[in-house]
Design a binder for this molecule. Structure first.
Ligand code: GTP
Ligand code: MG
Length: 423
């Protein structure tokens, strides 16, 4: 029974009259006319108006409460079609998830809306762009027309108009050649210690961007990360950047002993203490902690002349904390924020960000290596260069560049030895 006593100027006596007249709910009262109410309850019309207004107000309050609880309960909706599951959260962001619970693509439909402002893009093409991982103007602006054409099943000339449109809207793409040259000249490169790998990377790990090493366990991701921490400290003539390294260790696999071993292999035995001093290690205990460390890096970077920021591994905390279907969209949003923070740091301080990533098996791939880096398009788009590592015989490992707009396709072989990463 509703609390009619809450209504303005309604005491016990009026409640009784209201109930007698069959007006025992706020809905019933709100839908009567003042005259009707006045007659039925033998009250003045002015009072009836106030009571009806009060009942309407109570209904509004109730409605708002209902909405908020509904919102909480229905944060994520999901539909299951064939092998993939699609989640939609309350912002209408759509995540397509495969059976391993990994997000295959993350579509921010709220930003899809802006895509229809592009030439030749209606709602259908906007949806296809989103489905193909090109949900934002930024993603489209930096994509190649080929990629867009393939994703949307449209012609390349239409696709290039779309790309140009996105570049125009973001006011990018118009730079003088001199400006481009200046920007490129600021890029520094860190050698990996392997000529093959360096060549594959176009001269080494670049600053101003994120380089991702993805591969199965024991493919050498952590070994490469260790070695880079040493080489970044060397002068430019020796493949370094005269800087120090910050190692964000999320898996507890950083080993100073391994650094000492690698120093020995590079004839830096007498400098090993200095080398160790120039590697700052931060252990991240969970994904929030990991993000917090990155948030608070600015001072450390300047103070210590950090030129290399390692995140080993990028995703393991996110993966283990965000399990279960309802958390996927949140996880991807958080990861996206984290990656953009890393990109900003790379650009602001002209340093190299290197992240390691795990792989998962893709059941839909019938040819070739079925493993693909985890983290979906959020990671794919943020990484400037993706390197995929796989095992070969013994100490050998094979590196391959995945979808880089800059680097030619190809593979390079390197070895993991006691001395470190070599050809
Ligand atoms: P996960 O973190 O488990 O995903 O793997 P990862 O890719 O980080 O592997 P990691 O970089 O730790 O590489 C491990 C490989 O390096 C193993 O195959 C080891 O045999 C090799 N390795 C590590 N230390 C040494 C060493 O001192 N000498 C030699 N020869 N190999 C080493
Ligand atoms: Mg590792």
């Amino acid at each position: 029974m509703e609390d009619l006593i809450k209504l303005p100027k309604v005491g016990k006596a009026t409640v009784e009259r209201l109930e007698k007249a069959g007006l025992n709910t706020f809905e019933a009262i709100a839908s009567t006319s003042p005259q009707e109410l006045a007659t039925k309850c033998e009250i003045k019309e002015n009072l009836a108006i106030e009571i009806i207004e009060g009942a309407k107000e109570e209904l509004r309050k109730k409605e708002m409460n209902v909405e908020t609880t509904e919102e909480q309960n229905e944060e994520i909706k999901y539909v299951n079609t064939n092998d993939t599951v699609t989640f939609t959260d309350k912002n209408n962001d759509v995540a397509v998830v495969d059976e391993n619970n990994d997000v295959a693509s993350m579509i921010n439909t709220s930003s899809n809306v802006g895509l229809t402002s592009l030439p030749g893009v209606g709602p259908a093409i906007a949806k296809r762009l989103g489905d193909g991982g090109f949900a934002t103007l930024e993603a489209i602006a930096v994509a190649s027309p080929k990629e867009i054409a393939a994703a949307c099943e449209i012609g390349e000339s239409t696709a290039s108009k779309i790309v140009l449109g996105a570049q125009e809207q973001l006011n990018i793409g118009f730079e003088t050649a001199l400006e481009v040259l200046e920007r490129r000249q600021a890029i520094g490169r860190i050698s990996t210690g392997s000529k093959n790998l360096d060549e594959l990377l176009g001269g080494g790990i670049e600053t101003l961007g994120i380089t991702e090493f993805a591969g199965e366990f024991r493919t050498g991701k952590t070994q490469i990360a260790h070695q880079l921490c040493i080489i970044v400290q060397l002068p430019e003539s020796e493949g370094g950047l005269n800087g120090s390294a910050l190692y964000l260790d999320s898996e507890g696999t950083f080993r100073p002993e391994r650094i000492i071993q690698m120093c020995r292999g590079r004839n830096l035995d007498d400098k090993k203490e200095k080398v160790l001093e120039n590697i700052i290690v931060a252990r991240a205990y969970n994904s929030d902690h990991q993000m917090l460390i990155v948030d608070q890096l600015s001072d450390k970077i300047v103070e210590n002349n950090i030129k290399l920021l390692i995140i080993d591994s990028l995703i393991s905390h996110f993966r283990s904390e965000y399990i279960g279907r309802g958390t996927l969209a949140n996880r991807q949003q958080k990861l996206n924020k984290h990656l953009h923070q890393l990109l900003k740091i790379a650009e602001a301080y002209n340093l190299a960000v290197v992240v390691t990533n795990q792989v998962m098996a893709r059941p839909d791939m019938f040819f070739g290596d079925p493993n693909t880096p985890v983290g979906g398009n959020v990671v794919a788009h943020a990484s400037t260069t993706r390197v995929y590592l796989r095992k070969s015989k013994g100490e050998r490992r094979i590196a391959r560049i995945l979808d880089s707009p800059m680097l030619p396709e190809g593979e390079g072989v390197f070895k993991i030895t006691e001395d470190g990463i070599v050809d």
